[in-house]
Design a protein around this ligand. Structure first.
Ligand code: SF4
Ligand code: SF4
Length: 485
């Protein structure tokens, strides 16, 4: 089975290569690029890896015996802790909302700026960059690595490879370990793991994550983006001719040819066919062939080409962030225009605003207390010896705060109800129920109405709880046989 890759949408020379669905990997030896984008990527790499490895060690004191880890997923107690917030299992919709917001944000940035995520922040890109850095440390830059690949194995070469793979494995182990720290108290778990006292599941996850990190970032690299990740296939739906992407400005570069110092620039393009944009590319492609599925928009070819342009004293930006529309317009001698407000960007922005707004609104209205009522159905009611009717309810009270809170529960909507609750003493028409910090409590509520108050077979009521000046309630009904004696 074959796939035709369209390389023409970038405006470069048309190409209709037939690619097999899977090709044997050709080794890529990307040369180290120098420039603003490379520096930006170094900075982002340090920041993102620093956050990933460091976050489980950040402490955030919480009272009432709650974990003091700033970010932690506590499966045992069903909590997600994130600094001053903690989410309960029934609030999982916040995660769903967050995923929708992240997806819409990704759609919007892709429509505007192409594969920004792939080029700068995707874990595959960041860890591959780190592994390549280690590879260069041990085996040198592109030329030395390419030369070494064709030479027979020597003790020195073996030592370099051993050093590289050892550091890769250490990074992979740190990556797998850090992931597990997010699910446990990091300092405690670290000590237990070192002492061989962590659970089998923890060691299993650690092994799997270490192995996958080593494989994906160390050996598979660009193949993950080309063959495993679905995003390059989806992004075509978000990108159009107005999207800003890393683009070879063929209107300026062509016709390309080698150039000697002192030769005229008349009648030719600025591209001197030095292929520096190709040799720095971690995906091993030539940006001059136009927009390609493999291109992760890492912008390293911009740095490489700018360096050349400076050397040959031509304006920089032969490769840069540009839109297909603008390049095509310049090629026709027209003034290019850039359109950021387009139907698709408006749609994504509106959807993002609505979902993001709903999330913020929901979060602002979030209350630390909850009340749920379940009415006993078997029996529906009990007739007492004096003819009064009793209904039973289970009232679940939730206290998400870190101190004990007393819920004052009462029934609204009935005439002269008598409240009882096993283990709790009613005061007037109210039952007071203390609830432990970060816990829930089921309170049995027995509501009795005298016979003369039984006018309807089904009387709506509200069970109300006041706590800390807040009132929360839930609707239910009182069932009887109406006025029947
Ligand atoms: S073509 Fe340029 S932007 Fe695309 S992956 Fe290669 S170096 Fe990065
Ligand atoms: S680096 Fe610039 S000048 Fe050299 S081949 Fe690439 S586009 Fe042409």
């Amino acid at each position: 089975m074959t796939t035709v890759i369209d390389r023409t949408s970038g405006g470069g020379p048309p190409s209709e290569e037939i690619h097999p669905l899977y090709q044997k990997r050709k080794a890529i030896y990307p040369k180290l690029a120098h420039g603003d984008f490379r520096n930006l990527k170094w900075g982002l790499m340090i920041l993102l890896l620093g956050i990933y490895y460091g976050l489980p060690w950040v402490r955030w004191p919480r009272p009432a015996g709650a974990p003091d880890q700033a970010v932690m997923i506590d499966f045992a107690h069903g909590r997600f802790y994130f600094f001053m917030f903690d989410l309960w299992p029934d609030e999982v919709y916040y995660f769903t909302g967050l995923l929708v917001v992240a997806a819409l944000g990704l759609f919007l940035t892709t429509a505007w700026l192409g594969r920004l995520w792939c080029g700068y922040a995707c874990p595959q890109t960041v860890w591959t960059d780190l592994f390549l850095y280690v590879e260069r440390l041990f085996e040198g830059d592109r030329t030395r690595r390419m030369r070494a690949a064709t030479q027979p194995m020597t003790a020195q070469k073996a030592l370099k490879k051993l050093g590289k793979h050892t550091v890769w494995l250490l990074i992979a182990a740190a990556t797998g370990g850090a992931w597990i720290f997010y699910f446990n108290d990091a300092p405690t778990f670290w000590q237990a793991a070192i002492a061989g006292q962590a659970s089998v599941a923890a060691y299993l996850f650690f092994g799997v994550l270490t192995f996958t990190t080593y494989m994906l970032a160390g050996t598979m690299r660009e193949q993950v983006c080309v063959y495993m990740c679905p995003w390059p296939r989806f992004q075509g739906a978000m990108i159009d001719k107005h999207s800003l992407q890393v683009t070879y400005r063929y209107d300026r570069g062509e016709p390309r040819s080698a150039h000697r110092k002192g030769d005229t620039w008349e009648g030719r393009g600025d591209c001197i066919d030095c292929k520096q944009c190709v040799v720095v590319c971690p995906m091993g492609i030539d940006i001059r062939e136009g927009s390609q599925l493999e291109c992760i928009n890492c912008a390293l070819c911009i740095d490489a080409c700018d360096e050349i342009m400076i050397k040959i004293e031509r304006p920089t930006g032969l490769i840069g962030y540009d839109s297909d529309e603008a390049v095509a317009a310049r090629a026709k001698g027209e003034t290019p225009s850039y359109r950021f407000i387009r139907p698709r960007t408006v749609f994504y922005a509106v959807a993002l605003t609505i979902v993001g707004g709903l999330m913020i609104w929901g979060f602002l209205l979030r209350t630390p207390f909850q009340l749920h009522v379940a009415r006993d159905r078997n029996p529906l009611f009990v007739r007492l010896s004096d003819g009064a009717i009793r209904n039973s309810y289970t009232v679940k009270l939730v206290n998400r705060l870190y101190t004990v809170k007393t819920f004052k529960v009462r029934v609204v909507g009935l005439t002269d109800p008598k409240l009882q609750s096993p283990g709790l003493k009613p005061v007037g028409d109210t039952v007071s129920a203390p609830v432990e910090p970060g816990a829930s409590r089921d309170v049995r509520l027995l509501v009795t109405l005298p016979q003369q108050a039984l006018t309807e077979a089904m009387k709506p009521l509200v069970i109300e709880a006041s706590v800390d000046g807040q009132v929360i309630d839930a609707k239910s009904v009182f069932i009887s046989e109406g006025g029947k004696p």
